[in-house]
Design a protein around this ligand. Sequence first.
Ligand SMILES: Cc1cc2nc3c(=O)[nH]c(=O)nc-3n(C[C@H](O)[C@H](O)[C@H](O)COP(=O)(O)O)c2cc1C
Length: 335
Amino acid sequence: MLFTPFELKSVTFPNRIVMPPMCQYSAGEDGLANEWHFVHYGARAVGGVGCIVVEATAVEPRGRISRRDLGLWDDSQIGPLQKMVDFCRSHGTVMGIQIAHAGRKGCGPELVAPSALPAGPEQPVPRALSQAEIAEIVEKWAAAARRAHQAGFDVLQIHAAHGYLIHEFLSPLSNHRQDEYGGDLRGRLRFLLEIIEAVQKEWPKEKPLSVRLSAVDHLDGGLTIEDTIAISSELKQRGVDLIDVSSGGLMPAPIKTGPGYQVPYAEAVRREVSIPTIAVGLISQVELAEEILLNERADFVALGRELLRNPYWPLQAMTGQAEKWPEQYRRAALK
Ligand SMILES: Cc1cc2nc3c(=O)[nH]c(=O)nc-3n(C[C@H](O)[C@H](O)[C@H](O)COP(=O)(O)O)c2cc1C
C-alpha cells in the first residue's frame, strides 16, 4: 500500500509517504529559504518521499515562532522557495507547504491571540485581537497562499494545530471572546472558515487544500475528538481536501505516546467524515505504516523524526524496485 499512488484533484501522489512540516529555524531574519532548505528538502525528495510539506512558514513577521522561520509575507520570499520546489518536483515529489501564524506562541515582541490568556503559567500574556485586526490577518493568509502558488507548490496546508493562532481560536480553553469569533464551536470556528474562504480566492481550485488540526487538547475542557469530527465535517463542506490529524500543543499536558499513538484520531475523522486523512506520530516501521494504510485507518502516513534520521527511508522500503530509485543511486538499490 505504501507505494500505491493517490489522486487528489489535479495532483497524483506517487506514494503514501508524507514528510510532515518540521521547523528548521534556519532561514535568514528576512524569512528567505537558503542552501539549508535546498539540501534538507532536496535530500528527502531524492529519498523518495511522496509528499513533502515544508515547515511552518509565517504569513506575517509577528506570526513567527522564531526569528529564523521561513516566511511568505513578502514577494521576495517566493524565488528561493521556487528553486527548491522545482528541484524536488523534478524527482517526482509532490510539494506542499504549511502556512502558519504562531499567535501567543510567537517570538515577540508583539504577541496576539483571541483572548489575553497565556499558553502556560510562565508564559507571556498576549493581546486580544480586535475584529479589524482579525480581518487584516485573514488577508495575510490569502496573500501567503497566492505566493505559495507562485512558488509552484502543489498542496497548501493551513496550520490550525499545536496551540498556534488558529488553534487558539478553536479551543474553548484559549478563546474566551464574547463576540462572534468566540462562544460555541460555530463562533470559535469562524476565524478558520474566514481564512479558508480568503485563501480559496488565491489558491487554485484544482490544487489540494489541507488543514492540520490538533484532534484533542489532552486537557479537561479542551477540544475533543467529537469537536474535531464536527470541525472536519464543516471543512469538508467548505472544500478542504485533506485533514492532517495531529494533537496537543495548546498548553503543557500529560500525553501517553507510543508507536502510532495519534492514528485513532485520523481513523475517526476519516470514518466519520469520509475525508482523506494523514496519520502522524511515532510511525517509523514499514509494518505499522502498511497496517495503517491497509486497514484504511488513514490515506497517508507522515514520518517526521524518522525522516530526519533517515532521508532514504522510502527508498529502503522499496526493496526489489530498483527502477524507482534515482538513476544515480540505482547500483545501490536493495534487492
Ligand atoms: C524538529 C521538529 C519541528 C517541527 N515543526 C513543526 C511545524 O513546523 N509544523 C507542524 O505542524 N508540526 C511540526 N512538528 C511536528 C511534526 O510535524 C510531527 O507531527 C511530529 O514530529 C510527530 O511525528 P513523528 O513522531 O513522526 O516525528 C515538528 C516536529 C519536529 C521534530
